[in-house]
Structures are given as structure tokens and as C-alpha cells.
Design a protein around this ligand. Structure first.
Ligand code: COA
Ligand code: ZN
Length: 327
């Protein structure tokens, strides 16, 4: 009998990994990463087997100066077939810029909480919805896909819990009134916990089994990976994650990094899930980050190595090793 058999097996179930490091990650950095380095990073990420890459955001350059080169980055990356290249869009102006730059998908953003919407986007949720409805109508029939990201869907740093019926009502409006193809439930400031995540995922899946559902977690309180596993168990198969675990919304108090792509991929591979991601190549891309942003990244896998990246055994003749072995 193989006693090393994993206790909980993914049995080859497909989990789609979506990289947000060049958007959620770089938006939070003080340093401006040069445009050609951003392009090279996206090109490297295009080689590792991710399902989707959120390349950048088309927001006000005054709000997020770090991504003021969005057009050039999206236009000059080398695209690989099968990968969806998406970009975050807060309003009609952003949608126009993203479509001109040939985004495959617009990731429309608003917050499930009024306070965070006003803080982040400087308008009410209803005004956001009106503007984003205009965007959806404008791109209908053009082949550009629409995903909607609901920030603070599992808690708001200013209001506390956002009731699930409120979150599901916004999902209803986007999916059923506007026909959005996908929804991302974002835990913008790491307030989500596993049982909550499981319930929200299950409720969404029951109501909209054919809508693409993404879960977007931040590891602010150390629950990121636990939340991913709880969501998978409840029927989710798509996750945003950020290279190196960088990231965070500059307009949400106390925000910090996303779940780390290489940590999630590493854990899911051990459990038998099929992410399609080449972990060594992903880790090689992540190793470039400190040089680009000027500081260490939260990724624990980068520091510790993979589970079976073993270390040399003590050499025979090493007195300390021999003494403890003979005890
Ligand atoms: N892209 C580029 N410029 C934009 C823009 C966009 N999508 N939307 C607005 N602008 C410009 C306007 O042209 C105007 O420029 P001007 O000052 O030179 O005339 C200026 O920004 C202000 O426009 P206004 O419509 O009054 O926006 P605002 O100041 O109320 O800000 C947002 C609203 C949504 C544009 C801004 O809050 C924003 O970009 N937020 C995004 C924050 C973010 O990315 N957070 C993290 C990700 S969740
Ligand atoms: Zn985020």
C-alpha cells in the first residue's frame, strides 16, 4: 500500500489560474516599473500555462501612476493563443482605451460596498453601474468579453460585513440584466474566511451555473490559501493570484498582497489538481520581481523552495551528525 498517497486528491480536476501581478501587483508599488520590463514580464508569464493574464488597468493615471503606460504594454506584449489578456476598466473612458489597445476582455470594476466604491472610484455604486452598463452595451457584438469584478465582496474595511444578498444582487444585475459572461468576487482586503467563502461560492454556483466565476483573494490575514481550498470544495475552478504575492488596492485601508500564484500552484499540484502551470518557469518569473520593484516579495515558496527541493545530507564523518544519530 502506498502510504504517501495524498489524503485529499484533486483527481486531475482543472483549476484555471489567472495572473494579476502586473495589475493588482504593480498598482500597489511605489516604484514605476519601466514599460519594457512590464512587457518582458507579461511575455514570460505568457509561457507558463496561465489561463488569463490581467495585463494592466485603464484607470486615471492620476489615481494609479504606476500603470500610466497601459496602452503601450497591452499593445506591445507577445500574445499566446489560448490565453485571455484582460484589463481592469472603471468607466467608459477606460473601456475605450482598452478596446483601442485590443484587450480580449474588459474586467469592469466596482465595489460591493458603497464606502469603498466612493473611496476607490469617486462615485456611488449606482453611478458606477450606470457607466459600466453603457460600456457593456457599447461592446456588445464586438467579440470583446465582459467580466465584472466586485471589490470588497467578502467584507469592507470601512463598513464591515457586506451582506451576501447585497453581493448576489449586484451579481444578478450584471449577469441577468447586462449579460456579463463572468463575475469575480474579490476579497480586496483579506477579510474573507473559509466557511463564508464556501457559502458564497455555493450560492453563486447554484444560481448561475454557466457564468464564469472567479475568486480573488488577498492574503492580508493569512487565510488566502485556506479560502482557495474552501472555494474549490464548494465548486469554484478559477482563481486570481499574483506573482510573488504582491498587490493591494491603494484606496482600501490596510490592503496587502494577493494570494501568491506560485504558492497556490504548488499546493494545488501536490493535491492532484491540474492547473496547467509550469511551476519552475513560474518561479523563474517570480525571481525577477525583487529586481523590478526594489524589495523582497511575500512568496514563501521562493524562499523555502518546493516541498521536495531537498538539501544535501550531512557528509559521513560530520561529528555532530554522527553523534546525534547514535543517541
Ligand atoms: N483613463 C484615463 N483617464 C481618465 C479615466 C480613465 N479611465 N477616467 C477619467 N480620466 C481622467 C479624466 O479625463 C479627467 O482628466 P483631466 O483631469 O485631465 O480632465 C480626470 O481623469 C478626472 O476625471 P473624472 O471623470 O472626474 O474622474 P474622477 O477624478 O472622479 O476619478 C476614476 C474617477 C474612476 C477615473 C478614478 O477614481 C480611477 O481611475 N480610479 C481607479 C482606482 C484604481 O485603479 N484602484 C485600484 C484598482 S481596484
Ligand atoms: Zn485585489
Amino acid at each position: 500500500m502506498n502510504t504517501n498517497k495524498p489524503v485529499w486528491q484533486g483527481a486531475g480536476r482543472r483549476i484555471h489560474m489567472q495572473e494579476v501581478g502586473t495589475r493588482d501587483g504593480l498598482q500597489a508599488e511605489a516604484a514605476f516599473v519601466p514599460t519594457e520590463d512590464k512587457i518582458a514580464l507579461v511575455n514570460a508569464l505568457s509561457e507558463v500555462g496561465l489561463a488569463k493574464i490581467e495585463v494592466t488597468s485603464f484607470v486615471s493615471p492620476k489615481a494609479i501612476p504606476a500603470l500610466r503606460d497601459a496602452e503601450q504594454v497591452l499593445r506591445e506584449i507577445r500574445r499566446q493563443p489560448g490565453i485571455v489578456y484582460t484589463a481592469l476598466v472603471p468607466n467608459v473612458r477606460g473601456a475605450e482605451r482598452a478596446v483601442e489597445s485590443k484587450a480580449d476582455e474588459l474586467n469592469l470594476v466596482m465595489s460591493a460596498s458603497e464606502s469603498h466604491n466612493v473611496s476607490n472610484l469617486r462615485m456611488t455604486r449606482e453611478r458606477s453601474y450606470a457607466g459600466l452598463s453603457e460600456v457593456v452595451r457599447a461592446v456588445q457584438g464586438t467579440g470583446v468579453a465582459i467580466n465584472v469584478s466586485l471589490s470588497c465582496a467578502m467584507g469592507c474595511p470601512m463598513e464591515g460585513d457586506v451582506p451576501m444578498p447585497v453581493v448576489l444582487d449586484w451579481c444578478h444585475r450584471y449577469v441577468e440584466e447586462l449579460g456579463a459572461g463572468g463575475v469575480t468576487l474579490c476579497d480586496t482586503t483579506g477579510m474573507a474566511y473559509p466557511t463564508q467563502v464556501a457559502e458564497l461560492t455555493r450560492l453563486f454556483r447554484e444560481r448561475w451555473p454557466h457564468t464564469e466565476l472567479t475568486l480573488h483573494f488577498h492574503n492580508t490575514r493569512g487565510m488566502g490559501l485556506a479560502n482557495v481550498l474552501a472555494a474549490i470544495d464548494a465548486g469554484a475552478d478559477r482563481f486570481d493570484a499574483s506573482l510573488g504575492g504582491i498587490g493591494g488596492c491603494p484606496y482600501a485601508p490596510g490592503a496587502s498582497g494577493n494570494v501568491c500564484t506560485e504558492e497556490v500552484v504548488h499546493a494545488l499540484a501536490l493535491m492532484g489538481y491540474d492547473t496547467g502551470v509550469d511551476l519552475p518557469r513560474l518561479m523563474a518569473a517570480a525571481r525577477q520581481l525583487p529586481g523590478l520593484i526594489g524589495h523582497e516579495v511575500p512568496s514563501q515558496i521562493l524562499k523555502a523552495g518546493r516541498r521536495l527541493d531537498l538539501h544535501p545530507r550531512p557528509v559521513v564523518g560530520d561529528e555532530i551528525a554522527l553523534r546525534s544519530a547514535s543517541r
